[in-house]
Design a protein around this ligand. Structure first.
Ligand code: ADP
Length: 295
């Protein structure tokens, strides 16, 4: 199965005509709470795509924690090793203005308590088919998880988001790095995705740079790069497109599919998700992905 070592957050989204300046109050037109966090989003995407998925991380002892756990369980994600940490759950406070611009404050909350792994976490990772990681948990735990997977011969797939410098020990334990083009540029200082992918191959054996509506670029040491176009769709909401991509990619790879086929499945699923509103609620199920691939 797939193990996700990652974050859970409740997104608190206010829609406003324009963002307030310091000291100012503006009246919003709508408010939504949306269960998210990159880890939880990738876990839900993978489970919906037919993966057997377990999540390691933490929710808080507040009401959000109850709901975040329930969303995962409802999608069939095993939460036995998802801790409940005393205090608030992770939250993302998002202000979306009429031009679609946003300003975001993330408070890690319970996610911040996951600084190291338990013996149970390590045992689960050691028997996994694949470990999926992002950067919304403390780097100490992410690095420990990746190193543990590597030692057990378990493939590791890392989404380096939010962008930040990566410790060498984490890169050394990463098999496949999946940045978007902004993260790839932040990691390498190269804005051209081909150049960034090449630079990243110095640190990891395989890279997929996601390129939004332009699809993705796959690069591996000693092989010609492969550009995979995205299906053309009318994009309504691209929130969590990258998480859908990563979750479905993980399932396809864990099923033993070759990389080009896995990328096609991930791209098809991500395209399906951007046609609908919402984050995890917009993620497609396996049957839908297969129907779209057969089209
Ligand atoms: P992120 O969501 O992390 O910023 P991207 O914007 O690169 O990442 O999107 C991830 C993947 O989702 C892309 O590689 C692509 O397969 C798919 N995707 C994103 N936006 C679109 C779109 N407008 N049309 C089709 N596919 C899309």
């Amino acid at each position: 199965g797939i193990v996700v070592l990652g974050s859970t957050n409740m997104d608190l989204v206010a829609y406003v005509p324009r963002a307030p300046a310091r000291g100012e109050t503006v009246t919003g037109r709508a408010f939504r709470t949306v269960p998210g966090g990159k880890g939880a989003n990738q876990a839900v995407a993978a489970a919906r795509a037919g993966g057997e998925v377990a999540m390691i991380g933490a929710v808080g002892t507040d009401d959000f924690g109850v709901r975040l756990r329930a969303v995962l369980e409802h999608s069939g994600v095993d939460t036995d090793l998802l801790r409940t940490a005393e205090g608030p759950s992770g939250t993302a406070h998002i202000v979306v203005d009429d031009e679609g611009g946003n300003a975001i404050v993330v408070v890690p909350g319970a996610n911040g308590s996951v600084t190291s792994l338990s013996h149970g976490d390590e045992a689960l990772i050691a028997t996994a088919g694949l470990l999926l990681l992002q950067l919304e948990l403390p780097l100490s735990a992410v690095t420990e998880g990746a190193a543990h997977a590597r030692a057990a011969g378990v493939r590791t797939v890392l989404t380096p988001a939010p962008a930040r410098p990566l410790p060498p020990e984490l890169l050394a334990a990463t098999d496949l790095l999946v940045p978007n083009e902004h993260e790839a540029a932040a990691l390498t200082g190269r804005t051209d995705p081909h150049a960034a992918a090449r630079a990243l191959l110095d640190a990891v054996p395989e890279v997929v740079v996601t390129l939004g509506a332009a699809g993705c670029l796959y690069a591996a040491r000693g092989a010609a790069p492969l550009a995979v176009p995205a299906p053309r769709v009318r994009a309504v909401d691209t929130t969590a497109a990258g998480d859908t991509f990563a979750g479905v990619l993980a399932v396809a790879l864990a099923e033993g599919r070759p990389v080009p086929e896995a990328l096609a499945r991930a791209g098809t699923a991500a395209a399906l998700s951007v046609r609908r509103e919402g984050a995890s609620t917009s993620m497609p199920y396996r049957a839908e992905i297969e129907a779209a691939l057969a089209d």
